[in-house]
Design a protein around this ligand. Structure first.
Ligand code: SF4
Length: 421
């Protein structure tokens, strides 16, 4: 759908509308559904048909969804927008899986192929700690012939260099590869990773959890049921994870609804999700786009809708909805934060995966930039840890503190828990 200036103007007005402005313009079924969620702050009150109706909302119905999601976010999370001080470490770009949406991976003999040693990974973690990071997010491609216990050895190397660093690492696809390499059970393998320093896991490699779609976009990747089994097992052994969904390619609103409902159901079973992260497809340099298998990323309406739908459907279940600034860019991230989201993600320091697919939002957002961006939309910036168990508001005035481990932060809130756990 071409995004005309009029549509953009109308859509971007939603942060200035109240529910009383938006509700009378919405159709009766949309209004009834949203009123039920607003009254209960619980997305469980909606039927599958109502969820699909919301996912397909257009025009005034979409505006009502965005306004309701913003109101729900206010009721459930208040005015604080959190971010985490972290660094991405992608230890290799060599990968045999061949996902068609991926512009990051290369064959081993390519000129730009790289593989960080354990010492280099540990060194990057140490540098990040010295710059104030509390988390490293470690993921990589899947190279043939990876040493059997390489993932465990990464954890040992990082913990030896930075014992207090939170390690958020290894997608379910990497876990499956580790299980295959070692012939261990999933539970034993994850327990071993946990005992060697793994703190939490990214719920990446989810894309769309529908095997028909997965066959078309990444046929060599783990199946939907394998993804769920690994995440359930991780939660069972005490490893919390994020939940993610890649949208804006060849999926439809039905897939969004199914995936959000699945995450809601899983959260009821395990309580192990810390947040939901919608990931907009960056198409520019991908095979999937070149082969015309995918549309060219989400429209503005779809970006806003997915974040708002997540807030509504996950209300009373997964508390935190994160914007992926590296995929959205800063301006759109600010809009999505007013359409239901409450978390700005991480500083990242070295973002590679989206940049290589064509994203232009940059590789790093500093704490000071987060503060400015969050205050510009009238909200309160706060640094969090990975699990949202520590949230620290940033003061109004920031003294210069080049190289200090943490920006000048004022701890006023000892604990705010994320998720429904
Ligand atoms: S998305 Fe991950 S698994 Fe798929 S090709 Fe890229 S690096 Fe490999």
């Amino acid at each position: 759908m071409p995004v005309t200036k009029t549509i953009v103007r109308e859509l971007t007005q939603f942060p200035y509308l109240s529910w009383d402005d938006a509700a009378p313009r919405a159709s009766a079924p949309i209004r009834a559904a949203l009123e039920m969620v607003l009254a209960s702050c619980d997305g469980a009150v909606l039927t599958p048909q109502q969820n699909l109706l919301l996912a397909e909302a257009q025009g005034s119905d979409l505006l009502a969804l965005l306004v309701a999601a913003n109101q729900l976010r206010r009721a459930l999370c208040g005015e604080v927008v959190t971010w985490v001080h972290n660094r991405n470490i992608n230890f290799t770009n060599v990968c045999f899986v061949g996902c068609k949406f991926c512009a990051f991976s290369v064959a081993p003999k390519k000129e730009d192929a790289y593989f960080l040693t354990l010492e280099q990974v540990a060194h990057r973690a140490q540098e990040a700690w010295d710059r104030g990071a509390t988390e490293v997010c470690i993921q990589g491609g899947l190279p043939h012939g990876l040493p059997k216990f390489y993932y465990r050895d990464i954890l040992r190397a990082v913990k030896a260099a930075t014992p207090k660093m939170h390690i958020h690492a290894f997608s379910p696809m990497e876990v499956l590869y580790g299980v295959e390499l070692t012939s261990m059970s999933t539970a034993d393998y994850l327990t071993m990773l946990r005992d060697n320093g793994l703190d939490t896991m990214p719920g990446t490699a989810a894309e769309i959890l529908d095997d028909e779609v997965r066959q078309k976009i990444s046929r060599n990747k783990l199946s939907s049921s394998e993804w769920q089994q690994i995440i359930r097992t991780a939660h069972r052994v005490g490893l919390r994870t994020t939940s993610t969904m890649m949208y804006g390619h060849m999926e439809s609103p039905r897939h969004w609804v199914n995936q959000l409902q699945l995450f809601r159901d899983m959260q009821s079973e395990t309580g192990g999700f810390t947040e939901f992260v919608p990931l907009g497809f960056i198409h520019d340099h991908t095979l999937m786009f070149k082969q015309q298998l995918a549309r060219g990323g989400a429209t503005l309406a779809e970006h806003l809708k997915v974040h708002a739908l997540a807030r509504v459907m996950l209300a009373g279940s997964i508390r935190n909805i994160q914007v992926s600034w590296v995929k959205l860019n800063q301006e759109l991230s600010q809009l999505c934060l007013q359409a239901g989201a409450n978390d700005y993600g991480g500083t990242l320091m070295d973002e590679n995966i989206s940049r290589l697919a064509g994203a232009t939002a940059g590789e790093y957002t500093s704490p000071q930039q987060f503060a400015q961006l969050i205050r510009a939309i009238g909200r309160t910036p706060a640094e969090r840890n990975t699990t949202y168990s520590r949230i620290t508001l940033m003061p109004e005035i920031h003294p210069t503190h080049a190289g200090a481990p943490h920006p000048a932060l004022v701890k006023i809130q000892p604990a705010v828990t994320g998720g429904a756990a």
